[in-house]
Design a protein. Structure first.
Length: 254
């Protein structure tokens, strides 16, 4: 898909026990701060959007932490996308009412694809993001669920196409292999999805330096780059990233 719109830079808050954490390949989680404070900081920094993921909600089989979402939503004036343990229309409605602009559905999209169809009919596809945790398997990628703990034995690209067909407005594409490695995004994975789907692809997993972000938005053809460690630990500001991309002729909002 040719996308002439500005590319988006999205900081990600992975939240566990009401704290932002960051790990590698979905394990070895370390504390990275308070979600409300970080949300406020990224809003002031000029992030295009903010992604909030309650990373243990599905695994712990519980509802997402609505009270924190409300507090975060009060601090940000940019689109807020929220995910983690979302498995019903009621929860989606509750989150949108709490201030989220989009919801990100992962495990439930695999177990109950109808939820994606119904949600996009009710709330509009622009509010429905399907989050795919993909891990390389020989020459393709397989979908993992429950926060990367369980192989669903589904081809990731085929699943992405199916989600687009039934109403997903965007795909949040997480590479488990590259997550937290700071070695760069999985370019091949993002390029494949971006070329074969017609909805925006948000690349996630692997940002370690400015070049990585440029690479996934150009060679990887992603519409947006999501990053966590480089922002949480103040290696770069959002502004550093956007100035660098602008200098490299990539359209961004400054």
């Amino acid at each position: 898909m040719v996308n002439l719109l500005a590319k988006r830079i999205i900081p990600c808050l992975d939240v566990k026990k009401e704290r932002v954490v960051k790990g590698t390949k979905f394990v070895d989680l370390k504390d990275a701060g308070d979600p409300v404070e970080l949300a406020k900081y990224y809003n002031e920094q000029g992030a295009d959007e903010l992604s909030f993921l309650d990373i243990t909600a599905s695994y712990e089989n519980r509802k997402i932490i609505i009270d924190i979402i409300k507090k975060v939503a009060e601090q940000v004036f940019i689109p807020l996308s929220v995910g983690g343990g979302i498995n019903s229309i009621e929860t989606i409605r509750e989150l949108l009412n709490a201030g989220a602009e989009k919801v990100s559905i992962g495990t439930a999209a695999v177990k109950n694809p109808n939820l994606v169809r119904e949600a996009s009919q009710k709330f509009g596809s622009q509010a429905i993001v399907v989050s795919i945790d993909a891990k390389r398997k020989k020459n393709s990628w397989t979908v993992y669920i429950k926060g990367g703990r369980e192989d669903a034995n589904i081809d990731a690209l085929e699943f992405g196409k199916k989600m687009e067909k039934i109403g997903a407005g965007e795909i949040l594409l997480n590479s488990i292999d590259m997550d937290g490695t700071k070695q760069g995004y999985d370019i091949e994975l993002n390029k494949k999805f971006s070329e074969e789907l017609n909805i925006p692809i948000i690349a996630s997993g692997g940002a370690g330096k400015l070049e990585h972000i440029k690479e996934v938005l150009t060679k990887g053809k992603a519409d947006a780059a999501l990053a966590a460690s480089i922002f949480h630990y103040k290696k770069y500001t959002i502004n550093d990233v956007k100035k660098y991309l602008k200098k490299n002729c990539i359209e961004v909002r400054i």
